[in-house]
Design a binder for this molecule. Structure first.
Ligand code: ATP
Length: 238
């Protein structure tokens, strides 16, 4: 069996005196997509922040077998973890192309960067059409696509996605998730996807974990979780 690209062990996190993650364990397989599901306030966003070093944690986070917990976010990014936060965070006054260029700021292989613009526009044809437009003028779905492609310009080993479906129409969510699946297949980028939209996330992912108030309560293959009766009733609505 191949070792996981990401291993999270006994991860604890807190804001001030309030503990939010109570020792959670999960993995992301190489070229795999793991989803962390849960209701509002379960600790999903905190999990991503913990993985990319934005908050102090206890426990272990290993990327490709090496400890990254306790390292600065910059160092974690340099090792190949890219984060697409909730709220997207594109530079609204810059054009699509300028945003993509910002995404590649740590890279020295400038010729390859040019080729990667093309790759992004192939995955996200809407962005090619809008490449000279200011990001702030894009639709919600296009801004999400831009945020994801900007993160991919880092050529990450692992992409952290915080609720990419948030606020988007179902048709756009489907389009976006199809593209994420294509990128995973074509480029082998591993993904850790945090979602409230359990139905879409379980279609895309291979592994799934359900968080409730900072604890993993169910873990397994996405397929087995999709068939779990409790998950169906509470999170899938059928
Ligand atoms: P949502 O979908 O609403 O973002 P979530 O599962 O991502 O939910 P988190 O954002 O990780 O949940 O929040 C987990 C808990 O931590 C919540 O009770 C939240 O109120 C609290 N929390 C989050 N951020 C902070 C913060 N900066 N300071 C204090 N408490 C926080």
């Amino acid at each position: 069996m191949t070792a996981p690209i990401l291993q999270v062990r006994k991860l604890q996190a807190q804001y001030g005196a309030t503990r939010v993650l109570h020792g959670i364990d999960f993995d992301v397989k190489p070229r795999g997509i793991t989803t962390v599901l849960g209701a509002n306030g379960a600790g999903k966003t905190t999990t991503l922040r913990a993985v990319c070093g934005m908050i102090r944690v206890q426990g272990e986070v290993l990327l490709g077998g090496e400890r990254i917990d306790g390292k600065a976010t910059e160092e974690i990014v340099r090792r190949g973890v890219a984060h697409v936060p909730d709220g997207r965070g594109t530079f609204v006054h810059l054009t699509v192309e300028e945003n993509l260029r910002m995404g590649a700021y740590t890279r020295r292989d400038k010729d390859q960067v040019q080729a990667d613009f093309e790759r992004m526009y192939t995955h996200f044809p809407r962005l090619r059409e809008r490449r000279k437009q200011q990001a702030g003028l894009l639709s919600g779905g296009e801004q999400q696509m831009l945020a994801i492609s900007r993160a991919l310009m880092l050529r990450p080993k692992l992409l952290l996605l915080d609720e990419p479906s948030f606020g988007l129409a179902p048709r756009i969510v489907r389009e976006l998730f199809d593209i994420l699946g294509e990128i995973n297949q074509a480029e082998g980028t591993s993904m850790l996807l945090v979602e409230q939209n359990a139905s879409m996330a379980l279609q895309l992912a291979d592994q799934a974990y359900l968080l409730e108030t900072g604890r993993v309560v169910i873990a397994g293959s996405a397929e087995s979780i999709r068939n779990d009766e409790g998950v169906r009733r509470s999170y899938l609505g059928y």
